[in-house]
Design a protein around this ligand. Structure first.
Ligand code: SF4
Length: 136
């Protein structure tokens, strides 16, 4: 088994060793080590692995040719490269995109508003602390 806490075993036990299902592995990490879905892939499952680490792309393509790589890094998220908060936010939560919009490349607009508000508050606090420290 490859997963960190036997998640693969839970999946295989639940569906049976001969089942050929589909998976959506968000935050997949590597294609083999500590993967929750590699055992499924080996049993013929098909699926989608979503992983923002660019260095994993080639490895996923090599190890899992049946599992399409969905490039969902910051620059591929709709509207993120025009957003001033992009390097603080990182492109938002992909799971939220799927849950709320059923579109994994589209950031969730109300969450974007909230994140930008948090960023503004954090930047304001940082500035105020620097002023306070300078005055000491
Ligand atoms: S706040 Fe929204 S649009 Fe801006 S970087 Fe984050 S996810 Fe992208």
């Amino acid at each position: 088994m490859h997963s960190q806490y036997d998640e693969e075993k839970i999946i295989i036990d639940r569906f049976g060793p001969d089942h050929k299902g589909s998976y959506l592995d968000i935050g997949a990490g590597g294609p083999i080590d500590q993967s929750n879905t590699y055992a499924c892939y080996q049993r013929g499952w098909r699926g989608l692995a979503v992983e923002p680490q660019a260095n994993m792309v080639a490895e996923f393509r090599r190890v899992r040719p049946r599992a399409p790589w969905l490039d969902n890094r910051l620059y591929a998220r709709k509207g993120c490269m025009e957003c001033w908060a992009r390097y603080l936010c990182g492109g938002g939560c992909r799971m939220d995109s799927l849950l709320h919009l059923a579109e994994i490349h589209q950031p969730c607009p109300w969450e974007c508003e909230f994140k930008r508000l948090l960023c503004r508050v954090a930047l304001w606090i940082d500035r105020e602390l620097k002023h306070w420290e300078a005055a000491q």
